[in-house]
Design a protein around this ligand. Sequence first.
Ligand code: FCB
Length: 488
Amino acid sequence: MYKFPKDSKLNNPEFIFGVATASYQIEGSTNVDDRCESIWDTFCATPGMVYKQHNGDVACNHYNLYEQDVDLIASLNVDAYRLSIAWPRIIKEDGSVNQKGLDFYDRLISALEKKNITVMATLYHWDLPQYLEDKGGWLNRETSIKFVEYADVVSKYFGDRIGFYVTLNEPWCSAFHGYRYGIHAPGIADEASGFLACHNLLLAHGMAMPILRKNAKKSKHGIVLNFTPNYPVDESSIEAAKFADDEHTHWFIKPIMEGKYPESVYQQFIDYMPTIEVNDMAIISEKIDFLGVNFYSRSMVTNGRQGKVSDTILKKLERAEIRILESDDVLEDETKAEQLQKLMNQKESHYLSVDLQDVERTHIGWEVYPKALLRLLTDLHRIYKLPPVYITENGAAVDDHVVDGVVDDEQRYRYYQNHLLMIHEAIKMGVDVRGYFAWSLMDNFEWAEGYKMRFGIVYVDYETQERTLKKSAIKFKEFLNARKKGLL
Ligand code: FCB
């Protein structure tokens, strides 16, 4: 089982342990109970965007197997479950509420309540209704208002039964992967679109906060951001790494905590900046009750053109190029040539991500570097006046196999042990971390990587839908059982 020093807060039942998933990645049943199409249905159906053109049509069939999945969650002895609610199941195209969608989450939440499992629900984990994308998606300020209406419906209906409401999961991914690099739905590769989508997403978050507070007074309300700290490869790259942090970390957290975008990035991308209306920054910086931190890895950054451009970045740019060349739905007022030019500028940008040689990586290619989590938490704590922090995602992709009924995911349980130790250290250094959610409860649809990447602590056989606890899960189960019994 996982082990921490005797005095560790992690050994105290007040520290929440949970597992996490997201609607499109596990539910399946995309065509039932009047669910609308989401941008991920469309994106998956577009050739070349998702590994082997996999999609979420069936996924883990959780929509039908939710009862057995709740039993599975309970069997791990966890305190909480982080799920996401699918907007396309809740609000129909004409704006009316789909009761059948609410009923599904009602059944799921009731099952969790029976097992005494606290619910953390993310309202937007990337599955935007396609009918909203057809009107511009996150490039249209109206979408932020639609999000507030949806958040109002859900929080009025479930109120305090949901202990933690998360407005958005990783707006960096929605905005930059979705609208700037074009590698996630809706697949737009355009600098200005990326920044505009970001602004509208953050507005949606800020505008929803007071509504959530009013409808669920006893619940906690916050947002989940993803962090991949940038490290310089050498002394000449220190400034470059700092800029990369401004662009990818502070661009998202600073407006929320301080009502400002980082000036360095604003100036660098001045031609691509969205219009910011008078009250916007005050809305975005509405106080949050908690910050959700998703952490997987770090990124190495070099100044200028030394070193090799990282494969991940190259892959992103290549996909974006193909998308621009092949599609007709790029922004109307720009030629493809202009868009390609922008991409080229990105390649020539004054910093580059590089891949270090001879370091441990997970199956998805991300470096294993737990110390970056400690540094991230202490840095954020030093720079901002943070509310309580929950690690809302952390985990590893491993090329798992069931051998004689056993999945020995050694790399993953080592990953968990070492990252949890860093959280223990961060708490000792004064960071108020209150909980931890492993990504993910079970293997699932890993976005552009399809079913190739397995992040679960539970193995899913997609042919039979059989679930098998991996060793990493058994270690959680044992640790949490010992903790419950006061044996630590
Ligand atoms: C995060 C996403 C989550 C999952 C993990 C691996 O960016 O929030 O849905 O895909 O990465």
